[in-house]
Design a protein around this ligand. Structure first.
Ligand code: FE2
Ligand code: FE2
Length: 254
């Protein structure tokens, strides 16, 4: 089964809005077009937060690009989202906000780590209990998605705005041997690692990236990107990041 991950599009209400030198609307569209052309038989799309850049009219734009997709579009909020407006504007199919979804041999647990007024992430007691209950209730291979990074990325400024309840989060993950992967956004860079048998993936933004391992805030010059996963029936995962370099984006970045 093929799954696509699109993250951190940071849309504005205006098509010409720019963040860190990149026009977020056109770069999202280029990434989305590339993703659907490359992996047309994907089973679902994961959108792991920061759909908009502190601008709720960005959700209308998001809906206009994802609303006609005939597969589930599983979304979670990031620190730049406004969850109430997000639920209202992205109400109904194909959108699913948070929740738990089973597709084939796999389940996707979409966690809400939004913490009002904070850049960093927070998992409430309810959300931690939901994670535990979802994992107890199904033996399918589990992919757990959240916006904020639950491990240090080796970047001092970013590691100050990760997930506050990382210890509690991993205690639950570690107690369930059918968790195959933890997937996040927020860090605007590619990362792959593992914790025991659990694979870990971070995915670059469809807009501008952050420089990996930098102690201070710094923008990377790498292009927009997205990730594909091939999820096997036996729990194995193949994944790669696809960088999208188009002449259109080189123009808008100049
Ligand atoms: Fe972001
Ligand atoms: Fe974020």
């Amino acid at each position: 089964m093929q799954i696509l991950q699109i993250t951190d599009p940071h849309l504005y209400g205006s098509a010409t809005g720019r963040l860190r030198g990149v026009e977020t609307d056109s770069s999202l569209r280029a990434a989305l077009d590339d993703a659907i052309a490359r992996v047309p038989d994907y089973a679902a799309m994961l959108v792991t937060g920061d759909l908009v850049q502190d601008d709720i009219s960005g959700y209308l734009r998001f809906r206009s690009y994802f609303g006609n997709i005939k597969k589930p579009v599983l979304c979670i909020p990031g620190n730049h989202d406004e969850p109430e407006a997000m639920r209202k504007e992205l109400n109904g199919a194909p959108f699913e906000i948070c929740g738990t979804h089973e597709i084939g041999d796999w389940m996707f647990i979409m966690l809400d780590s939004y913490n009002p007024g904070h850049v960093g992430g927070h998992l409430s007691k309810n959300e931690l209990a939901r994670l535990d209950n979802s994992l107890t209730g199904s033996r399918k291979h589990a992919m757990v998605c959240l916006h904020h990074h639950p491990i240090p990325m080796g970047s001092r400024w970013l590691d100050g705005v990760g997930l506050a309840e990382a210890h509690e989060f991993w205690r639950i993950i570690d107690a369930h041997t059918h968790v195959r992967a933890v997937v996040w956004g927020h860090v605007h860079q590619a990362f792959e690692g593992h914790r025991g048998d659990v694979r870990m993936f971070a995915t670059p933004s469809t807009g501008a990236q952050f420089l990996p391992k930098s102690d201070r805030y710094a923008v990377d010059s790498r292009p927009p990107a997205y990730r594909s996963f091939e999820l096997h029936a036996d729990g194995r995962i193949d994944s790669r990041v696809h960088w999208v370099e188009s002449s259109q984006m080189r123009q808008t970045a100049s």
